[in-house]
Design a protein around this ligand. Structure first.
Ligand code: IMP
Length: 430
């Protein structure tokens, strides 16, 4: 059946890439619909760990076609680098299995420089962006001055357009932010080289997807970031500049809503956030450190893209209910349940207390969200390691209670639970 959308239910880093890799087994096409190389997905295949930033996780399945959708912002230099690394590790990167939307937008070094300069200027009020040029590239897009991927088919025009964009950007960079100008000539040459390589990958992907869906092919629409980072539905301005929610899949791929028959939300069994912004269940001290891990393992809570330590806390089901509503979720994948092994007790927030008022919904305003104190329910924890368990019935009773409890509070069925980073470390519930 047609399109299956996978979205993050929290602040990103829920493990969507890993889940998309599992679900890609049943897909013909995996299409990423938003964001850029601010995202970082780690996919563990056997002993090998693949870090993906732009290319959909489906690339690790030989028969799957991958689409970088029009809702994305693509840094050509990073994309070439990512493709080359995959190629060196034996992954087929031929243009007939990786397609780039001609109407996706391009990130150049002027966008990354402007992102950094703006963050520096914000000082203590910084958003904590990944400094990958995401905001400035989407600003150019909606400001109707962006560079689209299709332009890379005409190298000379593309190089000219890059130079022009850098000239304008440099004025802002030097006069408004007092930063050093970007070398337009050198950057245009470098980008032109990348464009030469990438031009074979460019396609009319909305048409490709439409035809595939009409032919009954299965399309997995892979989101990046998470619901609470959505430009409209997150806590503005502490958000990214795209729509990581289900609506973003429709505009970001150019597919009609009638094809979507399943929307799966991915939620980590606890909460994490990178960057600034409200986070009611954040834990400081020992509990937060225990959830974060030391950084020795690739799955510890340190950013795949920036290496920043993630803020960690208990699961917030107010946030999960919100994500279920905004995205119209049909089901949920709960990831990293194994990380909760070894806690005597585990807590789950199911409402907030805000200025003397009990709240069951996420407030729209970030200042209000920052004043929310979580109201917790505490459940018994479990000691046993669960990473080798493959059947729900084999989990310790307390872990099963945790799953049931979350399912009850969010009122959506949990279809899968992951218990470790490897492909086989998951429990299929239905
Ligand atoms: P930007 O997307 O780089 O502009 O960053 C905006 C906000 O989104 C910052 O708080 C980032 O930390 C956050 N963010 C962006 N991408 C990701 C992601 O893939 N995982 C988690 N947080 C992200």
């Amino acid at each position: 059946m047609p399109a299956h959308v996978v979205v993050g239910m929290q602040w990103g880093d829920e493990g969507k890439g890993r889940v998309a890799d599992l679900l890609a087994q049943d897909a013909d096409i995996v299409a990423r619909f938003a964001g850029g190389d601010n995202a970082g997905h780690t996919v563990q295949v056997g002993d090998e760990s693949f870090k993906l930033h732009l290319i959909p996780s489906g690339v690790l399945h030989q028969d799957v076609v991958c689409v970088l959708g029009n809702g994305m912002v693509i840094n050509p230099l990073k994309l070439v680098e990512e493709l080359r690394v995959l190629e060196s590790r034996g992954v087929d990167i031929s243009p007939d299995r990786i397609r780039i939307a001609e109407n996706a937008h391009i990130i150049t070094p002027i966008h990354t420089a402007l992102d950094s300069a703006k963050e520096n200027q914000r000082g203590a009020g910084a958003i904590g962006t990944t400094r990958r040029g995401i905001g400035p590239a989407y600003m150019d897009k909606v400001g109707r001055m962006g560079l689209r991927a299709g332009l890379m088919r005409d190298i000379d025009r593309f190089a000219e357009a890059v130079k022009e964009r850098i000239v304008i950007g440099n004025r802002i960079l030097t006069t408004l932010y007092g930063s050093i100008a970007v070398d337009g000539e050198a950057m245009a040459d470098e980008l032109a080289n990348a464009a030469q390589f990438l031009s074979a990958y460019i396609a009319d992907t909305p048409l490709l997807l439409h035809r595939a869906l009409e032919d009954g092919k299965r399309v997995l629409c892979e989101g990046a970031q998470g619901t609470l980072l959505d430009i409209d539905h997150g806590h503005y301005p502490y958000v990214t500049s795209s729509s990581p929610t289900v609506g973003g899949a429709i505009t970001g791929l150019g597919i009609a809503p009638k094809y979507i028959d399943r929307v799966t939300g991915v939620a980590k069994a606890y909460s994490t956030r990178v960057g600034s912004g409200p986070f009611p269940t954040e834990l400081e001290g020992d509990l937060g450190n225990k959830l974060r891990g030391t950084g020795e393992n690739p799955w510890d809570e340190y950013g795949t893209t920036t290496g920043r330590p993630r803020r960690c806390g208990w699961l917030d089901t107010v946030v999960l209910r919100y994500a279920a509503r905004i995205n119209g979720l049909t089901d949920i994948v709960l990831t990293k349940l194994d990380i909760l092994s070894g806690f005597e007790e585990v807590s789950v927030a199911d409402s907030y207390m805000c200025q003397g008022e009990l709240m069951h919904e996420v407030p729209g305003d970030h200042l209000m969200m920052a004043r929310c104190e979580p109201v917790y329910e505490t459940l018994r924890g479990w000691d046993d390691a669960i990473s080798d368990i493959q059947q729900l019935d084999d989990l310790p009773g307390a872990a099963r209670d945790y799953i049931d409890h979350v399912q009850g509070l969010v009122n959506r069925p949990i279809c899968m639970v992951t218990v470790g980073p490897s492909r086989h470390q998951f429990i299929r519930v239905f």
